[in-house]
Ligand binder design. Structure first.
Ligand SMILES: *Cc1c(COP(=O)(O)O)cnc(C)c1O
Length: 369
C-alpha cells in the first residue's frame, strides 16, 4: 500500500466541479483582490466561529504581522513565544522589531506551558503568543490570568486550529486576537495562500483591515503606513466551496486520531492524549518514539509517508542565534524536535489505510525488540 504523508489530490478531485464553478463565477464578477468572494468568506467564517467579524488577509504570516502592528507592538517590547512551533509564530515579534522571549512547551500537548511564563515577564513584556499547535488548543485561561495581572495582550496563533474548541469557545476568540492560515495543507486550506484575523475587539480588526490595504480607509488616502496584504478573490472562492464541508472533515480527523490513540502500542510510542479543556482538530498527529530515523525509514519502506513537524525548535534556528539561547534551555521543545514523528491524518484516508498504518507501526516495535 502506498500512503503519502499528505494527499490534497483526493479531496480536490472530488471538489473540482464545484471549484471550477466558483472560479468561473469569480471571473465573471471580477472581484480578484478582496471583493465579493472575500466579503462572503469573511461573513461565513465569522459566523461559523461565533465572531462578529473576521478580516481576511493574504496569509497566516500576514495575519500575525498585522495583528502585532494593530496591537501597537514595536521596538523595546518583549513577546513571549513557545520555542516549539512553526517559525512564523516568532515573526509576530520579529517583523515589528520586538524582542522574542522563548518559553518551553508542556510535553503532553506540545503547547506553551503556562507555568513557564511568569518567570519570563519583565517591565518590557507586552504580549504572549499561545500557539494551538497540531490543532490542540493551548491552555489559555491560566495564560489570560497571568496576562491580566501584568497588563499583557494574549494572541492565539490558531493557524493549525481552525474550529478547535477551548472550553466551549472557538479557539482564536479566547484571547485578544486570533490568527488563522489557509495555506493548502492546513485543515481548511485554499488553493494557494490565505489567512485571517478574528477578535472581539472591533477597533483592532478595523486597524487590521486598514493596514492590509496600504493603510488607507479611503482609496488613495493613506493615513497609516500600510501593506498590500489582501486576500485574493480566487482563494476566497475556493474557501467558500470548502467551508460548509469542513466540520465533517474535522470529525473524520478526530475519528482517525481516536483510532491512533487507542490502537498504537502505548508501551513503545507516546501518543498525544486528549485534555479536558479543549478538543484538538488534529491538523497534525505526532507520536514520540525511541528511534525515529529507524521507524521513519521502516514506514517509508512499507509505503507510508511521514513528516517531522518540526525538526528544529526555534531557539536552535540559525536566524535567532544572536538571541543567545543554548542547547538544553528548553528540554521539552528539544525532545519534541528530536524524537517526534508525524503520521498521515487527512480526512480522506480510507479505513483500510488506517488499519495498515497502525499494524505497520505496531509491527515495527515487535521487530525492533
Ligand atoms: C502555517 C502556520 C503559520 C503561517 O501561516 P502561512 O499562511 O503559511 O503564512 C503560522 N503559525 C503556525 C503555527 C502555522 O502552522
Amino acid at each position: 500500500m502506498k500512503i503519502p504523508y499528505i494527499d490534497l489530490h483526493r479531496w480536490h478531485q472530488e471538489l473540482k466541479p464545484e471549484l471550477m464553478e466558483a472560479f468561473s463565477r469569480t471571473i465573471d464578477h471580477g472581484g480578484f483582490c478582496l471583493g465579493k468572494e472575500v466579503d462572503d468568506f469573511e461573513k461565513a467564517f465569522a459566523s461559523e466561529m461565533g465572531a462578529s467579524r473576521c478580516v481576511a488577509v493574504g496569509s497566516g504570516t500576514e495575519a500575525l504581522h498585522l495583528t502585532a502592528l494593530a496591537l501597537g507592538i514595536g521596538p523595546g517590547d518583549e513577546i513571549i513565544i513557545p520555542s516549539f512551533t512553526f517559525i512564523a509564530s516568532a515573526w509576530f515579534a520579529q517583523y515589528v522589531g520586538a524582542k522574542i522571549v522563548f518559553a518551553d512547551i508542556d510535553p503532553a500537548t506540545y503547547t506553551i506551558n503556562p507555568d513557564c511564563i511568569e518567570a519570563l515577564i519583565t517591565d518590557r513584556t507586552k504580549a504572549i503568543v499561545a500557539v494551538h499547535l497540531y490543532g490542540q488548543p493551548a491552555n489559555v485561561d491560566p495564560i489570560l490570568k497571568i496576562a491580566a495581572k501584568h497588563g499583557l495582550k494574549v494572541v492565539e496563533d490558531a493557524a493549525q486550529a481552525c474550529f478547535a474548541e477551548y472550553k466551549g469557545k472557538s479557539a482564536g476568540l479566547v484571547g485578544d486576537a486570533g490568527t488563522f492560515s489557509f495555506y493548502p495543507s492546513k485543515a481548511l486550506g485554499a488553493l494557494g495562500e490565505g489567512g485571517c484575523v478574528v477578535s472581539n475587539d472591533e477597533e483592532l480588526l478595523e486597524r487590521v483591515s486598514i493596514l492590509r490595504v496600504h493603510g488607507s480607509k479611503e482609496r488613495y488616502y493613506s493615513h497609516y503606513i500600510g501593506y498590500n496584504n489582501r486576500m485574493e478573490g480566487l482563494q476566497a472562492a475556493s474557501l467558500n466551496v470548502k467551508l460548509p464541508k469542513i466540520r465533517s472533515k474535522i470529525v473524520r480527523r478526530q475519528e482517525i486520531a481516536r483510532r491512533y490513540i487507542e490502537e498504537i502500542d502505548p508501551e513503545k510510542f507516546q501518543v498525544p492524549l486528549p485534555v479536558d479543556w479543549g478538543a484538538s482538530i488534529y491538523s497534525v498527529f505526532t507520536i514520540l518514539c525511541q528511534d525515529r530515523e529507524a521507524l521513519r525509514s521502516f514506514l517509508s519502506e512499507k509505503g507510508i509517508g511521514t513528516d517531522i513537524v518540526y525538526p528544529v525548535p526555534l531557539h536552535r534556528q540559525p536566524c535567532f542565534a544572536e538571541l543567545g539561547y543554548r542547547d538544553g534551555d528548553f528540554p521539552h521543545s528539544e525532545n519534541a524536535a528530536d524524537n517526534s514523528l508525524s503520521l498521515p491524518i487527512y480526512p480522506e484516508l480510507r479505513d483500510e489505510e488506517i488499519d495498515y498504518i497502525i499494524d505497520t507501526i505496531n509491527s515495527f516495535c515487535c521487530s525492533a525488540k
